[in-house]
Design a binder for this molecule. Structure first.
Ligand code: GLY
Ligand code: MN
Ligand code: MN
Length: 352
């Protein structure tokens, strides 16, 4: 990781790369605190933390030279600039406010060089230890849904299901939810990101459940659609269409394809069936330390898939006033195709 950053630094003639982004700080150093600065020099790896985090950073980032912030971050950076005689600093322009940059520029007589995606690009291909954590986050979500399904019945409210999902994932070892669970029942299933409400589950509903958790910093993401009572022909038509599109995209995924190519596999099937306008979001996105990462499987997805990328495959069809279906798995791209991490069945689950 650090070699690639140093190679970028060389090419842009920068003496140092700094980041204060929480996710990037964790990715590079393993330090999970809420504040701190990463300083990568030609041959120095420094983590600046304040009083609150000195001990924690020592435990989590033993390979990094720790510098205690003293008294302010600005003054600490100033002393590092003087110590290493720095002239040009690469910083992440996406994450630094204009105020912060102005303050740094006024405080230090050095040049600040804006950079983008140095770390995001590295994060696209997951290391084995990252994949292991994602697998664990997937297992917890799978297990939580399995635990909750028997409690779903007419009269139960969406919010009650969402709360049970959150609680169960935490109880099974998740440190947090990856996002607020989405539970959309009946017509509310047509809202792709329905916020669970007071609506009670009713016979004849499709229920879209989209859930995920965080395990040791890494996220999972899964959607299943269940039906309450015997499905009608319309339920089966829409469910089977989305499933067909999802399976075709899974079958297609392999290194060398762009996100757009994979998105088109599912989108073409849904469009040919006449529901193209009802699939208004992208097919998928990468998942890692954040729930939505690059690359995207979308009509704008130019990035080429590589082994080790972890992406969702989540086509959906949403019919306003009636309901919706989304089916979402998390997969890791392999040398020849993909490995599906999500284990929950995709046969239509019927709640009697
Ligand atoms: N839960 C948000 C998504 O599936 O992207
Ligand atoms: Mn999801
Ligand atoms: Mn997703």
């Amino acid at each position: 990781m650090l070699e690639q950053i140093r190679s970028h630094m060389k090419k842009t003639n920068c003496d140092v790369f700094i980041t204060t982004n929480k996710i990037h700080r964790r990715y590079l150093t393993n330090f999970t605190g809420s504040a701190g600065l990463v300083w990568i020099g030609a041959d120095t790896n420094i983590l600046v933390v304040d009083f609150r985090y000195v001990e924690q950073a020592g435990e989590q980032s033993p390979n990094w030279e720790l510098v205690k912030q003293e008294p302010t971050l600005t003054e600490t950076i100033k002393s590092l600039i003087d110590k290493f005689q720095v002239k040009r600093i690469a910083f992440e322009s996406e994450y630094i406010t204009i105020d912060q940059l102005n303050q740094w520029q006024q405080s230090f007589g050095v040049e600040f060089v804006p950079t983008k995606n140095w770390i995001a690009k590295l994060r696209m291909v997951k290391r084995d230890d990252e994949i292991e954590k994602i697998v664990k986050a997937v297992e917890i979500a799978d297990q939580a849904l399995k635990t909750i399904i028997p409690t779903i019945k007419p009269g139960v409210k969406e919010v009650e299901l969402a709360l049970e999902l959150e609680y169960t994932m935490r109880r099974l070892g998740a440190e947090a939810v990856a996002f607020d669970p989405i539970v959309g029942s009946g017509p509310r299933g047509a809202l792709p990101h329905a916020v669970p409400g007071e609506r009670e589950i009713t016979y004849g509903d499709f229920i879209v459940i989209d859930m995920g958790c965080v395990y040791q910093g890494y996220c999972s993401d899964m959607t299943r659609t269940l039906v309450v009572g015997q499905p009608t022909d319309k339920h089966l038509e829409i469910y089977n269409l989305v499933l067909k599109a999802q399976l075709a995209a899974l079958e297609a995924i392999k290194p060398g394809l762009t996100g757009k190519q994979v998105d088109s596999v599912a989108r073409d099937i849904i469009t040919e069936a006449g529901y193209g306008p009802n699939f208004g979001h992208s097919l998928g996105h990468a998942v890692g330390l954040e729930i939505h990462e690059e690359p995207r499987l979308s009509q704008l997805g130019e990035a080429v898939l590589e082994p080790g990328m972890v992406v969702t495959v989540e086509p959906g069809v949403y019919l306003p006033g009636w309901g919706g279906v989304r089916i979402e798995d998390l997969v890791v791209v392999t040398e020849t195709g993909c490995r599906i991490l999500t284990q929950t069945t995709k046969e239509l689950v019927i709640i009697e």
